[in-house]
Ligand binder design. Structure first.
Ligand SMILES: [Zn+2]
Length: 507
């Protein structure tokens, strides 16, 4: 994700005559580096406008930047304030606004990130102080229409092709269509099993597929919901969806948000695709009908995350994510991989075990803390060694110098001189290497110290608050402040589960 900086002095800066122009730009650059670091942005170029022309025509660096933005080279441009990009006549401002808008290039200032992809970023439109709101809306609509027009022609406008298809560039025109691949037969099988005599449910169907060796697009095991996705996608009867996930503006706790809800079947438009369907329309509607009636049986409940270990816990035997299953005791964690000998354990048990493991790692760190003096001593010793080394280096250098005198005075003959010199140079090279190693070692000790010190208060706060939290979502967020991953191991019921923690150090 490449980003660049654009630095330009403006007339405003001359209002502080006490500051040299260079100082102003250096201060601005510093500010932008801090912003980049805070937001984790990768800066790959810095543009400095040396001339202070007001119009784009008078600003060659700006022209270059606009060309690159128009080519889609940058994900975002960092500037001290948005006015640095375009000031002056409205035509210029329009050109800047359009270039950024068309390419979805973000404008990042220390105060705010302006995102043109977010059509509800009001302030971006106000940056369109330069471009009227109506004008921008028209452009946006035109872009949307472009996509919709493609879809209306039956082209495939999605990113990743659906399971069973490959994306293929259309000959002699813009856009893509789909062609069946080797997974197409699996799609046909899913429909025929679902509509077949045995009348399998989606969960049972997943088990049948897994046991017969079928795998999903990501080469993982099928589940009820992945099967359901196949059964409800009209792409398989040769159709293209339009207006499937439109953006909707909502207010949540007084904060404006944009959501893209998946629309239910019947709420979006279907168009005949250019691609070939894998099953008949009749079959597809039959499957849709069956899905709908089975959905009515289940009471619809609003989805609420229930798994505090979500995104963290992996089965150590097969490496796949552990899932949570509801039971009377507040749920249990189990491995979904068919045939994996991994045994389940109750969530509540694992929570206590995890907290105990965290407490232990904390006391290991605190131990380190009491040993901090020892480490400080170690660093001091390394530094003393380095001082010693440098003295030795100087001594050898002097000897090397003396050698020349001895040669000149005729005390050493040529061959003695050469052999002494080689010997001294070898000693010097060995010293330099030792010094480099010592420096590296000192660096490592220091970083490890700093990382451990930063983690201690975070772990302490998990230990203090975890059991007071009521929702799995809050618990999950808290765990993720200190953990990257938890490996779960329980090969048989007689052994208690073992957890391996991967702590989240900085970097
Ligand atoms: Zn497993």
């Amino acid at each position: 994700m490449p980003y660049c900086m654009y630095l330009r002095k403006s007339r405003k800066d001359s209002d502080h005559p006490g500051q040299a122009e260079e100082d102003v730009l250096i201060r601005h650059e510093q500010l932008l580096w801090e912003t980049a670091q805070r937001l984790g942005l990768q800066i790959e170029a810095i543009y400095r406008e040396v001339v202070s022309g007001d119009s784009i025509a008078g600003r060659p660096v700006m022209q270059q930047l606009l060309r690159e933005v128009s080519a889609g080279d940058w994900d975002g441009v960092l500037v001290v304030e948005i006015e640095r990009l375009a000031r002056g006549d409205t035509q210029d401002q329009g050109a800047v606004a359009k270039a950024f808008q068309y390419n979805g290039t973000k404008i990042i200032t220390p105060m705010k990130v302006y995102d043109p992809n977010d059509e509800f970023d009001e302030e971006y439109f106000e940056f369109g102080l330069y471009m009227s709101r109506r004008e921008l809306k028209t452009i946006n609509r035109r872009l949307m229409r472009g996509r919709q027009a493609s879809a209306k022609q039956g082209k495939y406008i999605g990113g990743i092709p659906p399971f069973g298809y490959e994306k293929q560039k259309l000959p002699d025109q813009k856009g893509y269509t789909l062609i069946p691949n080797t997974d197409a037969d699996t799609v046909r099988l899913i429909y025929s099993l679902y509509l077949g005599e045995n009348s399998l449910g989606t969960g049972e169907l997943a088990t049948v597929l897994n046991n017969s060796g079928y795998r999903t697009q990501k080469k993982h095991f099928w589940s009820g919901s992945t099967v359901q996705k196949i059964l409800s996608n009209p792409v398989y009867m040769g159709k293209i969806k339009i207006g499937y996930r439109p953006k909707v503006k909502v207010f949540e706790n007084g904060v404006q948000k944009v959501i893209r809800p998946v629309k239910a079947f019947g709420e979006y438009t279907l168009i005949d695709g250019l691609h070939e369907g894998l099953i008949s329309e009749e079959e597809w509607y039959q499957a849709a009908e069956k899905l709908k009636s089975s959905a009515l049986v289940h009471t619809t409940k609003k989805y609420k995350p229930q798994n505090p270990f979500s995104g963290l816990m992996k089965c150590q035997l097969c490496g796949y994510a552990m899932k949570r299953q509801t039971n009377a005791r507040g749920g249990s964690m189990y491995c979904v991989t068919p045939g994996c000998p991994c045994q389940y354990t109750d969530v509540a048990t694992l929570e206590l075990q995890l907290l105990e493991a965290l407490r232990q790692s904390l006391s290991a760190f605190s131990h380190t803390e009491s040993e901090r003096n020892v480490i400080a001593d170690e660093i001091k010793r390394t530094e003393q060694q380095l001082v010693q080394l440098r003295r030795e280096q100087e001594r050898l250098q002097r000897q090397l110098g003396n050698l020349f005198d001895l040669l000149e005075q005729g005390i050493y003959d040529k061959s003695t001189f050469v052999s002494r010199r080689t010997h001294l140079e070898e000693q010097l090279a060995a010293l330099a290497e030792t010094a480099a190693q010592l420096e590296q070692q000192r660096g490592l000790t220091q970083t490890k110290e700093a990382q451990a010190a930063a983690l201690i208060p975070r772990i302490q706060s998990v230990l203090d608050t975890y059991l007071h939290l009521n929702s799995a979502l809050e618990k999950n967020r808290l765990l993720k402040t200190v953990l990257r991953r938890i490996d779960y191991l329980r090969p048989d019921r007689d052994t208690p589960p073992a957890l391996t923690l991967y702590l989240k150090f900085e970097d």
